[in-house]
Design a protein around this ligand. Structure first.
Ligand code: MLT
Length: 411
């Protein structure tokens, strides 16, 4: 009989968002008249910008003619896309990259999971708590952890609590770790890291020969000056960090699929014998073998994000979502609910009223207000007693959700 990868059986629950989807479906099936407002999963609701759609169409048209047809593309992305990303997204930050250091993919979720392929299982991994569940679950799936304890911590992984007491800023681990996942602006808390805080991580990583996986999927939502958009703005980061970026939230590509991973040429890790190996080359080898690149029209659409027209349209949509975030933040704060995030990120991390458990609050909010959010405990044990609302809804839905929550939970 064929054997399975038993590490999957260690996972304590289904993946968070499908789990929420099932509960919402069950509620809607038995309450068909309820107007449910979904502010759970961070999924965009606004259409793609006109300049992006135009380029997408042109990309498809190119495929219809002999002279402009494209078959397999380069696994790491067309160079014109890599170059425009560097020019428009990194150079303004003072960050110089080579096209060979940028790998285009079908999304940063996949990349942040697949990257584990090129690292030994013996590495000690540190993740924040609460955290984007992909980082935790993929380490369990690949076999880096033991079983979960009664709280939900998997043996062998190092958890860095992000709590109200520490301002949702994880402390640097006392022990030596080899891989550190950081996500800023943060999912789920919506908080950001200052230049000094990131410098401390980079210094730790360099001293301990560790690698930082820096998830910058939400960098385009930063509104305050002085907050780093990329880990490579920090001195020394090219020696110790891999960065993931996404077009999903930035440009509405959740259904289109495109992201990128940056691995500097100079970034090295060791064999068991102590020989230095280029992570860029390993990842290139991995992608050439397991991935055939993102479709040509999608890459044309992604490049259009950086045209003058495309970027101003994209910025307008981001501003729209951030106005939603402000409405949620102000509306709930006025109702006496303690809220975090929502200023440099499209997520509001709220403290559940009366210390209600996260999933109980989820049920109450769904049943009483017909509003869907994400229970904080779904992101890790330290998320218990918190709840995440996404700002990606329509204006009407966001305003209505705030009204319903104020009515039911206001002081
Ligand atoms: C979220 O809601 O946390 C995100 O949409 C999940 C994702 O980007 O995969």
């Amino acid at each position: 009989m064929t054997l399975i990868n038993e590490h999957y059986l260690k996972l304590k629950a289904g993946y968070l968002f499908p789990e929420i989807g099932q509960r919402v479906k069950a509620f809607s099936d038995s309450n068909p008249e309820a107007m449910v407002i979904r502010l759970g999963i961070g999924d965009v609701t606004r259409p793609l910008a006109p300049a992006i759609i135009k380029a997408f169409h042109e990309g498809v048209e190119d495929l219809s003619r002999n002279a402009t047809f494209h078959g397999y593309g380069p696994e790491q992305g067309y160079e014109w896309l890599n170059k425009v990303i560097i020019e428009k997204s990194y150079q303004p930050l003072g960050v110089e990259l080579l096209p060979s250091e940028v790998f285009i993919s079908d999304g940063s979720k996949c990349d942040s999971a697949n990257i584990l392929d090129i690292f030994a299982l013996d590495n000690k991994v540190a993740i924040c708590d609460p955290v984007y569940p992909v980082y935790n679950d993929t380490n369990v799936m690949i076999g880096r952890s033991g079983e979960a304890d009664e709280k939900g911590y998997y043996q062998g992984l190092i958890y860095m609590p992000c709590t109200e007491e520490n301002g949702f800023t994880p402390a640097i681990p006392k022990e030596k770790v080899d891989i550190i996942y950081l996500c800023y602006p943060n999912n789920p808390t919506g908080m950001v890291a200052s230049r000094e805080q990131l410098q401390a991580w980079v210094d730790y990583a360099r001293t301990n020969q560790a690698i930082i996986f820096f998830d910058a999927a939400y960098e385009a939502f930063i509104t305050e000056p002085g907050i780093p958009h990329s880990i490579y703005e920090i001195e020394g980061a090219k020696d110790c960090a891999i960065e993931f970026r996404s077009f999903s939230k930035t440009a509405g590509f959740t259904g289109v699929r495109c992201g990128l991973t940056v691995i500097p040429e100079q970034l090295m890790a060791l064999t068991a014998d102590g020989e230095k190996v280029s992570l860029n080359k390993l990842w290139h080898r991995r992608q050439c073998t397991k991935f055939n690149g993102v479709s040509y029209p999608v890459q044309r659409a992604a490049a259009a994000v950086y045209s003058n027209e495309g970027w101003s349209q994209v910025k307008e949509t981001i501003a729209f979502y951030m106005e939603n975030a402000r409405l949620i933040l102000d509306g709930l704060s006025a109702a006496g609910i303690t809220c975090y995030g929502g200023v440099n990120a499209p997520y509001i991390w709220l403290k559940t009223p009366h210390d209600i458990k996260s999933w109980d609050f989820f049920d109450k909010l769904l049943n009483e207000c017909h509003v869907v959010g994400t229970p904080g405990s779904g992101f890790g044990p330290s998320g218990e007693g918190f709840f995440r609302l996404s700002a990606f809804g329509s204006r009407e839905n966001v305003q209505e959700a705030v009204r319903r929550i104020q009515r039911n939970w206001g002081k």
